[in-house]
Design a protein around this ligand. Structure first.
Ligand SMILES: [Fe+2]
Ligand SMILES: [Fe+2]
Length: 457
């Protein structure tokens, strides 16, 4: 049998799997893109298994070895995929011919998961079997004690995990506040201790979590999103780690005064009456009071809770006599709070498209928002933040990968379907700033709304 023929098929399988792992970072399991790409990978494996009974490859020092030959080009173009494999300390993977789709999907999830390997006293293959995976086997990369310690230090939990952990802590905090119990605020500092370094290390993924994740304004997701966006904007401004920590605490607590507002008002889907609106507005003051009386939070948190509905031009609430301008922290949180509220609270119509949010916020530049901060905010996350699906003028569909600071309308995107609407076998990244002699090669026409999940109204 021709080895190079099997290598071509092998290469396709690996590229499909690499694309699938990338997409799984952005999309939930049941998203059509994931289902389609899993099917595509199964199809490539099916073709491969017509030639061979097993697909096996080795990863040594960032190099893919197939049929005893290092595959330099493939290794170079799949560096992220390789780091995913070596991050789990796997040296060799074998897929068996009868591999079912469910096992493949489970295995991909394990590769992307936060569990560290090798697990104490349990082998990879034993672990895979315990997860119901019988048609994939993995061998350990043998590392010395010193290497293992280094790896342990450099592979922190992934941002999704941080987000979930933070949410759980915030939910506990909220419940304790609502039931009038004394709260252990160490939780909050614990979240911030996790969050700030993650913001500095996982910029793009956190933008995605902070801008795309489904939520509604009154849930803890809102607090978490605002904290992430605030830390991102603070980091873009070059603020120190210590200030970023304080900013994060302030953002996480900015709406804590809502725990003092009756839930009939908080949860009311219709427009509030004038009377109810007055009660709602007291959350700024109530929050500031709570934080101040607690006595262990940075002063910045009290100020932000009090000022986050005050506008750049002096309007807003509560009406205060002010001798000094709004604090920088409050001007930051006003932007991130408003952005998140707009992105998530169209109860009956689904999320507001990001381009519409941008237009609306631009209209309020200099009135509600500090103009310079607003510019830096959109330079940081782009008009179309990472993870958003967009339609291009070429009729291709793409996922936004990274904002371009020099042109907020032209991020780097990954093309996933071609002009005819067919799935691209190997999704590829392009910069929308690329031009030919006449004009830009590709431009965004519109963002595509995410699939409405069953639990969303
Ligand atoms: Fe608020
Ligand atoms: Fe808020």
């Amino acid at each position: 049998m021709n080895i190079e023929t099997s290598f071509t098929l092998f290469e396709r399988c690996l590229r499909c799997m690499s694309g699938l792992l990338q997409d799984m970072k952005f999309y939930p399991d049941n998203h059509p893109t994931i289902r389609k790409n899993t099917g595509l990978l199964m199809e490539q494996l099916f073709q491969y298994f017509k030639l061979k009974d097993e697909l096996q490859f080795t990863v040594i020092e960032n190099e893919i070895i197939y049929e005893n030959k290092p595959r330099v080009e493939l290794s170079e173009s799949l560096s992220l995929f390789i780091s995913c494999i070596s991050g789990k300390k796997i040296s060799r993977i074998t897929f068996l011919k009868t591999l079912p789709e469910r096992e493949l999907a489970e295995f991909c999830k394990i590769l992307l998961g936060t569990d560290r390997f090798p697990k104490h006293g349990i082998s990879w293959n034993h672990y895979l079997k315990s997860e119901g995976i019988h048609h994939i086997s993995c061998d350990f990369l043998s590392v010395g004690v010193q290497e293992a310690t280094e790896l342990e230090q450099t592979t922190g939990p992934i941002p999704e995990d941080i987000f979930q952990q933070g949410l759980e802590k915030l939910n506990e905090l909220n419940e304790a506040m609502l039931s009038g119990k004394k709260m252990d605020y160490d939780y909050l500092f614990h979240i911030v201790n996790y969050l700030t370094p993650q913001v500095l290390n996982h910029y793009e993924e956190l933008i995605y979590l902070g801008t795309v994740k489904a939520h509604n304004e009154y849930t803890m997701e809102h607090m978490m999103n605002v904290a992430i966006l605030t830390a991102l904007l603070g980091a873009a401004l070059g603020l120190s780690r210590a200030v970023l920590d304080e900013l994060c605490v302030a953002a996480l607590l900015h709406d804590i005064g809502k725990t003092a507002i009756p839930t009939v008002i908080i949860d009311k889907p219709e427009k509030l009456t004038e009377e109810e609106w007055k009660v709602m507005q007291t959350h700024s003051f109530e929050g500031a009071k709570k934080i101040f009386l607690e006595g262990r939070f940075p002063e910045m948190a009290t100020i932000v809770a009090l000022e986050h509905h005050l506008n750049y031009d002096g309007s807003g609430y509560p009406s205060l006599y002010r001798e000094r301008p709004l604090s920088l922290a409050s001007r930051i949180v006003t932007i991130t709070d408003f952005y998140d509220a707009l992105r998530g609270t169209r109860v009956y119509c689904g999320e507001m498209p990001p381009e519409e949010v941008y237009r609306m916020m631009q209209d309020l530049k200099g009135k509600k928002f500090d103009p310079q901060l607003l510019d830096i905010f959109f330079q940081t996350i782009g008009v179309y933040p990472p993870g958003i699906e967009v339609e291009l003028n070429t009729k291709e569909i793409a996922i936004v990968v990274k904002a371009d600071r020099n042109d907020i309308f032209r991020p780097i995107v990954k093309i996933i379907t071609d002009k005819a609407g067919s799935q691209v076998p190997a999704p590829f990244s392009v910069a929308l700033t690329e031009r030919d002699e006449k004009d830009f090669i590709r431009s965004i026409v519109r963002s595509i709304p995410p699939i409405q999940t069953a639990d969303k109204k």
